[in-house]
Unconditional design. Structure first.
Length: 176
């Protein structure tokens, strides 16, 4: 039985700096993946525990969030993003567009390794976001690009045509 002097939540009795470290570890494993079967995104349980935890973790959750978008199944993504308050959208730092097999039905399967095509798809997605009034930070929206020399090595970049090559390997990724 709790006495009046005992904290009800031991986590909240820790200093804020330690709680923030714990929150970072707890929230890094909650990606949001929008594909053909996505219907909605829900917040992790930590944010739903109590009001104080919600207040302390909401911004961090959106900063650490990795959003994966499959461009041919982006309807769920747009609905989710349009419902978010602009201040939460502004916190998101990592949105990844992927053309991998996951999320595609056979009729729409598209394995493109051409950087120019990926550049076009990113440009198209940015234009759609602008048309819908959704503003993302610079370099937030990125796409996977195969950069290997026979081995599939992938990097995420917001500018597929901005990759700097040296000896068959990517020297640096320039996000514009």
């Amino acid at each position: 039985m709790l006495t009046p002097t005992q904290p009800q939540t031991p986590l909240l009795s820790l200093p804020r700096e330690l709680r923030d470290i714990i929150y970072t570890f707890a929230l890094t494993s909650f990606p949001v993946n929008f594909n053909a079967s996505s219907t909605r995104s829900s917040l992790p349980g930590l944010l739903l525990t109590n009001r104080q935890l919600h207040a302390e973790t909401l911004s961090l959750y959106y900063k650490l969030l990795v959003v994966t978008i499959h461009p041919y199944h982006d309807g769920h993504f747009f609905r989710w993003l349009e419902k978010l308050p602009t201040e939460r959208v502004a916190l998101i730092q990592d949105m990844r567009m992927t053309l991998s097999k996951e999320g595609y039905d056979r009729g729409k399967l598209m394995r493109v390794k051409d950087r120019a095509r990926r550049h076009y798809l990113l440009k198209e997605m940015r234009a759609t976001l602008d048309q819908r009034g959704i503003k993302l930070g610079r370099g937030v929206l990125r796409m996977e690009v195969c950069v290997g020399d026979g081995v599939e090595d992938w990097v995420w970049t917001s500018e597929p045509l901005g990759l700097k090559w040296r000896g068959g390997r990517v020297r640096e990724v320039v996000d514009m």
